[in-house]
Design a protein around this ligand. Structure first.
Ligand code: PLP
Length: 332
């Protein structure tokens, strides 16, 4: 399904599928898919997307990567690392202002700079993604005019090409589940630009169509929305998943009815911490030494723990939380 596609080897795969034990006596068995350990530049879910995005960039003859994100963007940090690995110049369009001399770079920005990327500050708010995207397009045009042949990646790398990474990730996860003798009732992921969610759905549709998964037993895919866009239904995740299936040259389709976004865990806005997220962060740290971050994976995990206490599953079910990473934001 993926052999005909351009791909750069950037991630350490497969990532582990780790048992997290039983949360309470009536709860399902929880598993953690360790995509915080994808290796590239500190790891996280963007490494899988960047394998296909950078493969596409190199095939197109690009000499630079341009992308965009919030000030503490993990996607920007991993794009910077990918550029370093592949010898491509990297330009990052970021929210906020350039830290002045008295305040050093922190967290993801510190790492992005260390990986050699050029940081472009827009002054935009963290959650004003439209404004950031316009700035990315303007910078892309400028770099193209300078003859740099830039490959421009939208926020979160959530194009159909980027989502291929999670279609492949879904197949990897099913291989591991089968080897462990389980079939998860659900796979839960944190979602902000929708590409991880769309990719997982595309992978699921592909295995349903091939007969490898049975519709009555296939895991539900649940996204915990941590940005206003995905909570409001943008992007159209079924459409993005179907564009991903097109790239895989499959006729399989994702039914919009299978797109489930739990909107209860965002709190006030993107990157604004929640109490439930803080509790999930403590639980993860003290249960398994897992590091989740307040912007993404802590809110995602708070959703999983919340669904467990809602009684969505019962003892004997297996549920997988895709740990998408994000630890460098703790140092900002
Ligand atoms: C980008 C990111 C997500 C969300 O993934 P999308 O594909 O953009 O929805 C989740 N967790 C972390 C740590 C991220 O960096």
């Amino acid at each position: 399904m993926f052999d005909h596609l351009d791909r750069a080897a950037l991630a350490t795969l497969p990532t582990a599928l780790e048992p997290a034990g039983v949360v309470s006596s009536s709860a399902p068995r929880l598993w953690i898919k360790r995509d915080d350990l994808t290796g590239l530049g500190g790891g996280g879910n963007k490494a899988r997307k960047l394998e296909f995005l950078c493969g596409d960039a190199i095939a197109a003859g690009a000499r630079a990567l341009v992308t965009v994100g919030a000030a503490q963007s993990n996607h920007c940090r991993m794009t910077a690392a990918a550029g370093a690995r592949l010898g491509l110049e990297v330009h990052l369009v970021l929210s906020g202002e350039e830290p002045d001399g008295r305040r050093a770079l922190t967290g993801n920005q510190l790492l992005s700079k260390l990986f050699g990327a050029q940081l472009h500050y827009t002054g935009a708010a963290d959650s004003h993604w439209g404004e950031l995207e316009i700035a990315r397009e303007a910078l892309t045009d400028q770099l193209a005019a300078e003859g740099l042949a830039p490959y421009s990646i939208p926020i979160g790398g959530s194009t159909a090409v980027g989502a291929l990474g999670y279609a492949q990730g879904f197949v990897e996860l099913i291989d591991q589940a089968e080897a462990a003798g389980i079939m998860p009732s659900a796979i839960v992921t944190t979602s902000s630009s929708g590409g991880t969610h769309a990719g997982l759905l595309a992978g699921r549709a592909a295995l349903l169509a091939s007969g490898r998964l049975d519709a009555s037993r296939a895991p539900a895919i649940i996204a915990i929305g941590v940005a206003k866009g995905v909570v409001a239904g943008y992007p159209d995740v079924a459409e993005l998943a179907n564009a991903t299936l097109d790239l895989m040259q499959l006729a399989a389709r994702v039914d919009p009815a299978d797109v489930e976004v739990d909107t209860r865990w965002l709190g006030d806005d993107y990157a604004v911490p929640t109490e439930a997220g803080a509790a999930a962060m403590d639980w993860a740290a003290r249960t398994g030494g897992w590091i989740v971050d307040p912007v993404y994976s802590a809110k995602g995990l708070s959703g999983v723990l919340g669904l467990i206490s809602d009684g969505r599953w019962t003892a004997g079910d297996d549920v997988v939380f895709v740990h998408t990473g994000g630890w460098p934001a703790l140092f900002a």
